[in-house]
Design a protein around this ligand. Structure first.
Ligand code: GLA
Length: 388
């Protein structure tokens, strides 16, 4: 095993990678989501795509039955793992690794000892799903390295289960699906009930997508996420008393919810209403994108944020500030929080000529308000997980 790598953190990463002599290199991207937030676990619609920022995995078998050595060069940390004796008391990132290996084992496959180097330019906690990139990249790598014969969809689903069972976030399928299935130049419109997607060409020049990272990650994120799932399930239980055909909020209409308004708390009413409205918005947004109607698309982004802020309550002051700030700039057609919420990025649909000036203004205003430095980066749709 290349244990020396861990001791050589001062050495240039490129040299370490060259010396490592990988059998296989995988590029596993993060994702953005244009619209359709918290709809995935309600069997609804989402519009994500992979981005150019990614985790790279350098992998090789080490000819041991079960010893693994995983080294993250970017985060200067490493982890040893025995496949036969999984231990889950390490830092959170190691749970994703153990989770993926365990979920592969549960499918009846055998994974043997391997060594892995990782480099990443994906910011963590920014709502662009470094976790899905980690899970899906490793699963794709092990599938290839040990010739397991897993399909892309099996990789997506086992990665999602790894997060449920070994990290404890009951995430939907969007992040893993986008990380694996995306195509350069297109947005995915995914139906999370049928798990079928449509590729919509993404040609928005002279506009572009700008991510502004609040650089905050409020601790509520994972507990409130699971609470939202539970609230949606409770909403469905109320709706089903009158409308037994409703299996998930995907099947509900605003009329159904109105008819049951007196039977649910205002909180459940707001949560259910948001999900139904957001699904309708994704449909409209897909049509607007196909027609090149970016103004409409932007307006739907603002409405999505409004719902996430007031009805679904997963935003935070930093995200709300940036979204409100954008409204005073006519070169921005739309802006919303992105991902699970409680921190991370806003996604902005902005005219490319206005970008530099806007980043400077937003950075200054954000610093004055919160005394936090903003990070800005543009994104375009990129390919999903790739074997290089
Ligand atoms: C996180 C989850 C996704 C999805 C989003 C919210 O990113 O992992 O499954 O629910 O939040 O849209």
């Amino acid at each position: 095993m290349d244990k020396t790598i861990a001791k050589n953190q001062g050495v240039d990463a490129m040299n370490i990678i060259n010396d490592f002599d990988a059998e296989l290199v995988i590029n596993s991207p993060g994702r953005i989501n244009l619209i359709g937030e918290h709809t995935d676990y309600n069997n609804g619609f989402v519009m994500p795509t992979a981005v150019e920022k990614s985790i790279k995995f350098y992998l090789k078998r080490n000819d041991t039955p079960s010893s693994c050595f995983i080294n993250s060069l970017s985060f200067n940390t490493s982890f040893e793992h025995d496949i036969k004796n999984p231990i889950l008391d390490g830092p959170e990132w190691t749970r994703y690794i153990v989770g993926v290996i365990e979920e592969i084992k549960k499918l009846g496959h055998t994974v043997q000892g391997f060594d892995c180097l990782m480099t990443s330019n994906l910011p963590m906690g920014a709502g662009i799903s470094s976790s899905a990139a980690l899970e899906c990249g490793l699963a794709t790598g092990l599938n290839e390295l040990f010739d397991l014969g897993l399909s892309k969809l099996e990789i997506v689903k086992l990665s999602q289960r790894a997060e449920h069972n070994y990290v404890g976030t009951l995430c939907g399928i969007m992040d893993q699906y986008a990380s694996v299935m995306s195509k350069d130049g297109y947005i995915l419109k995914l139906d999370c009930r049928s798990i079928e997607h449509e590729f919509i060409p993404f040609d928005i020049a002279p506009y572009t997508l700008l991510l502004l990272n609040t650089n905050v990650e409020h601790s509520l994120a994972s507990s409130e996420y699971n609470t939202r799932r539970d609230e949606c399930a409770r909403g469905v239980a109320v709706l089903r008393k009158k409308f037994p055909e409703i299996e998930s909020l995907r099947d509900a209409t605003l009329e159904h919810i109105e008819a049951c308004k007196d039977d649910m708390s205002i909180t459940l009413y707001n949560r259910c209403t948001y999900i139904v409205e957001e699904n309708l918005r994704v449909e409209e947004a897909g049509n607007a994108l196909k027609k090149g109607d970016l103004e409409k698309f932007g307006q739907l982004m603002y409405e999505s944020h409004e719902g996430l802020q007031h009805k679904y309550k997963v935003s935070c002051p930093e995200l709300d500030f940036l979204t409100d700030f954008s409204k005073n700039h006519q070169d921005i057609l739309g802006c919303r929080m992105m991902g699970g919420g409680f921190g991370g990025c806003t996604i902005n649909l902005i005219h490319q000529d206005a970008m530099e000036d806007y980043i400077a203004r937003a950075t200054k205003a954000y610093k004055e308000k919160f005394n936090i430095d903003l990070t800005a980066f543009t994104t375009t749709p990129a390919n999903g997980t790739t074997i290089l």
